[in-house]
Design a protein around this ligand. Structure first.
Ligand SMILES: Nc1ncnc2c1ncn2[C@@H]1O[C@H](COP(=O)(O)OP(=O)(O)OP(=O)(O)O)[C@@H](O)[C@H]1O
Ligand SMILES: [Mg+2]
Length: 343
């Protein structure tokens, strides 16, 4: 990959997404804000897979929805092929969605159970007025074949498919308009391990075949390692580290990234025995008006570990009462991996 400006497909620049919390029966006034995405800068290059990992609630899905234009951003810019998509009109968004599609986590909830699979996969053709009648059916059946579904099952309902097959339906629907970017929001989390591998291999093959670019969100760090060229680690609405996949796994620079990676399961039992497990104690601070301490720099980390050696770690309850809890530094401790020490 050359890394030039032409390679850049998406550029997320200083993006914030806050959700207001309102109170009141008649006059609803804003009493606080959830800082779901809190100043993210991110770049996605053509043809690559950018993995996004992070704790539950750190803003991965919200960021994904901002990138696909499903959420308007509170502040910042998102450039797709150099054009800002944050202020697009309805018509502009419709055109943009031909290029950017999303695959959702829940293969059960994301498909309408009352509609036949052929009609679900054919939706993008109908919405964009691209094909109808026999032409649409032919194109849908081609897509079904491409993702490994039997085209003869065109008239079946989602309930007649297994979880993995349903996710293939979601993939086929996302591919219908031949998008340039697919944002996969935990596409395999709801699936059985053996089926996960099938869907991941399918996504990999399609990337090679169709030249797709992926943003791949997952909880499972081994999955992210397997699929991603680069990985961004999110914490409390921010990207705290972004690096080439293997570099990140070899030498994470941010303490939260190190803790997250140390929790990944290792297939080799000898390596697992040697691995150092960093145990997080307490909860992540609330994203509602978080008054964060300075980002966890290595210096802050050293200061914090010196402090935690002097004082016992705070309990989650105490941590939530503290007005400015330093994010994931002072409440961390290291423990060598042992079966008993594992969660
Ligand atoms: N529509 C919404 N209205 C208000 N708050 C929201 C909304 N969507 C998300 N949030 C809040 O924003 C924060 C980030 O949520 P998000 O779904 O992006 O997290 P996530 O990283 O995808 O988590 P998970 O890994 O569990 O899917 C959470 O605190 C969540 O409660
Ligand atoms: Mg999510």
């Amino acid at each position: 990959m050359s890394g030039g400006q032409d390679d850049l497909l998406v550029s997320v620049e200083g993006v914030y997404k806050h959700f207001p919390i309102r109170q009141g029966i008649v006059f609803k006034r804003e009493i606080a804000r959830v800082h779901a995405v809190d100043g993210v800068d991110l770049q996605v290059r053509r043809g690559e897979t950018l993995g996004i990992v992070g704790e539950s609630g750190c803003g991965k899905s919200t960021l994904a929805r901002c990138i696909t234009g499903l959420h308007p951003v509170t502040r910042g810019r998102i450039l797709f092929e150099g054009a800002d998509i944050t202020g697009l009109s309805k018509a502009g968004l419709k055109a943009f969605r031909r290029d950017v599609q999303m695959i959702f986590q829940d293969p059960y909830g994301s498909l309408n159970p009352r509609r036949r699979v052929g009609s679900i996969i054919g939706d993008p053709f109908a919405i964009h007025g691209l094909a109808d009648g026999a032409d649409r059916k032919r194109r849908v059946q081609e897509l079904m074949e491409l993702v490994g579904l039997n085209p003869e099952h065109y008239n079946r309902f989602p309930a007649e498919f297994s979880g993995g097959q349903r996710q293939r339906i979601g993939v086929a629907r996302a591919l219908a308009l031949r998008p340039k970017l697919i944002v996969c929001d935990e596409p395999v989390s709801a699936l059985d391990v053996s089926i996960q591998a099938q869907v991941i291999n399918l996504l990999n093959d399609l990337q090679g075949e169709l030249g797709l670019t992926y943003v791949f969100i997952a909880h499972d760090l081994s999955v992210v390692r397997h699929v991603s060229d680069r990985v961004a680690v999110m914490y409390l609405g921010r990207v705290v580290e972004s690096a080439d996949g293997e570099d990140l796994y070899r030498a994470p620079r941010h303490p939260y990234a190190a803790a997250l990676l140390s929790a990944a399961s290792v297939a080799d039992p000898d390596e697992a025995e040697r691995a150092e497990r960093i145990v997080l104690i307490g909860d992540v601070p609330s994203p509602v008006d978080p008054r964060r301490a300075a980002a966890s720099t290595p210096a802050a980390r050293r200061r914090a570990s010196a402090a935690s050696a002097r004082t016992p770690s705070s309990s989650p309850a105490r941590a939530t009462r503290r007005p400015t809890p330093p994010p994931a530094t002072s409440r961390w401790s290291r423990a060598s991996a042992s079966p008993a020490g594992r969660p």
